[in-house]
Ligand binder design. Structure first.
Ligand code: PMP
Length: 427
């Protein structure tokens, strides 16, 4: 045997091989020190290797690593459930666990279908929910997530996103338009009595770092309640402080969803996800219908408890709001007047710079050119020792996802590096 190599199906965004990392910084085996504005796609919320998270995981490793939560219960999961309850909306009091965002989405679809006895899931255009079959069936953030992979799951319909930028409308008009389209879907494609759930991210992630207008979420809440369907919020990327509130949906006053899915930032990098809903909804699913071998792993759960403790003690939700506003200001002033940029947006530490004409035909040459620009900027950032990622259905958006522990100095450094990278590409 001469050894194996990593499959090319894993498309690498950077050539960096990590030696070690701490806080907002990744030290490569190339001897360079990179400012990490990717955080493992919004995962390392408390920064890389936060000492409290490391200590909690190390200590748990000496007690039990894998306790299989349907065989023997373990203390970290009981504690994590109690702590999550401190952050969940009133009434969302029942939780179970999986390993990843995709698995949690699958579980939420299963739960919604069982709890309502209905089949249809409606999802929003440009949404990203993962790569497993049900999750990919709900995903319209780019063809690469499902091309060549079908046929996908049936019983899924997609409704337009109120995308004011692309529709060339005010946000109010875009919301009005999208809610009418939703009503139209229920008058033409499926009956309201067949609707099990609407699944939506409160901020679109991989689909383009777009805030979902509160009036749209409120409109979906009203409609799902009226039709006896569930509103499932995929908080996998937007949750856990990312947008300057603990949950992304808290930007919509008074909104209480039926199901919340969380993963990524909840355990600072350990694989664990959670599905939360009122006990009355959970009780409608068969016992044993959910769960898995590794779900709710003891070390991951211990890291999750430490993560929530750190987020609270260090005021990281507030830091996300304040540092995010500084980063947005810095980007807007540093990048002002660059014609190739059509939008600079962000809420908390979920920020994006979009290139090209947002109304360009998705498959056309102008969209391809915008994607080339975004990709060149992301690569130029690497030369500046700054790690970023692209996103959006056509790849025309560069997203910046700093750790929630990012400091004011790091925001300045990141802004300077990003602005230099953009200017090198466009000038
Ligand atoms: N939902 C959302 C909103 C996500 O951002 C992601 C991952 N980017 C997923 C689901 C899937 O999570 P995972 O990659 O952990 O399966």
């Amino acid at each position: 045997m001469s050894g194996a190599s990593l499959s090319p199906v894993l498309k690498q965004a950077t050539p960096v091989v990590v030696d070690h990392a701490a806080g907002s910084w990744i030290h490569g085996t190339d001897g360079r020190r990179y400012l990490d504005f990717t955080t493992g796609i919004g995962v390392t919320s408390t920064g890389h290797c936060h000492p409290d998270v490391v200590a909690a995981a190390q200590e748990q490793c000496t007690k039990i690593i894998h306790a299989q939560y349907t065989t023997v219960m373990h203390q970290p999961l009981l504690r994590l459930t109690e702590r999550l309850g401190d952050f969940l909306p009133d009434g969302i009091d029942s939780v179970f666990y999986a390993n990843s965002g995709s698995e949690a989405v699958e579980a939420a679809v299963r739960l919604a279908r069982m709890a309502t006895g209905r089949q249809y899931i409606v999802t929003v255009q440009r949404g990203f929910h993962g790569r497993t079959v049900a999750a990919a069936s709900l995903t319209t953030a780019g063809t690469k997530f499902s091309a060549g992979f079908g046929p996908l799951m049936s019983g899924v319909a997609t409704t337009p996103f109120p995308d004011a930028l692309r529709l060339g409308m005010t946000t109010d008009d875009a919301v009005d338009h999208a809610l009418k389209e939703f009503d139209y879907l229920l008058a033409t494609r499926l009956s309201p009595s067949e609707l099990a759930a609407v699944v939506i991210e409160p901020f679109l992630g991989d689909g383009g770092y777009l805030a979902v207008p509160p009036a749209y979420l409120a409109g979906l809440r009203e409609r799902t309640a009226r039709h006896g369907a569930l509103l499932v919020l995929d908080e996998v990327q937007a949750g856990v402080g990312r947008t300057g509130r603990f949950w992304g949906h808290q930007h919509t006053d008074g909104l209480v969803p039926d199901v919340i899915i969380t993963a990524k930032g909840i355990a600072s990098g350990f694989p664990i996800s959670a599905i939360a809903a009122p006990e009355a909804i959970m009780a409608k699913a068969w016992p044993g219908s959910q769960g898995g071998t590794y779900g709710g792993n003891a070390v991951a759960a211990a890291a999750g408890v430490a993560t929530l403790d750190v987020i609270e003690r260090e005021g990281l939700v507030e830091n996300s709001r304040v540092r995010g506003a500084e980063l947005l200001d810095g980007l807007r002033s540093g990048l002002a007047g660059i014609d190739q940029i059509c939008d600079i947006r962000g809420t908390g530490l979920m920020l994006a710079v979009e290139f090209g004409d947002p109304t360009a035909n998705a498959g056309g040459p102008r969209a391809i050119e915008a994607a080339r620009l975004a990709s060149s900027v992301q690569q130029a950032c690497i030369d500046e020792d700054l790690l970023t990622l692209t996103c959006g259905p056509t790849g025309s958006i560069v997203r910046l996802i700093p750790a929630l522990v990012v400091t004011a100095d790091e925001v300045v450094t990141g802004t300077e590096r990003f602005v230099r990278a953009v200017r090198r590409v466009v000038e």
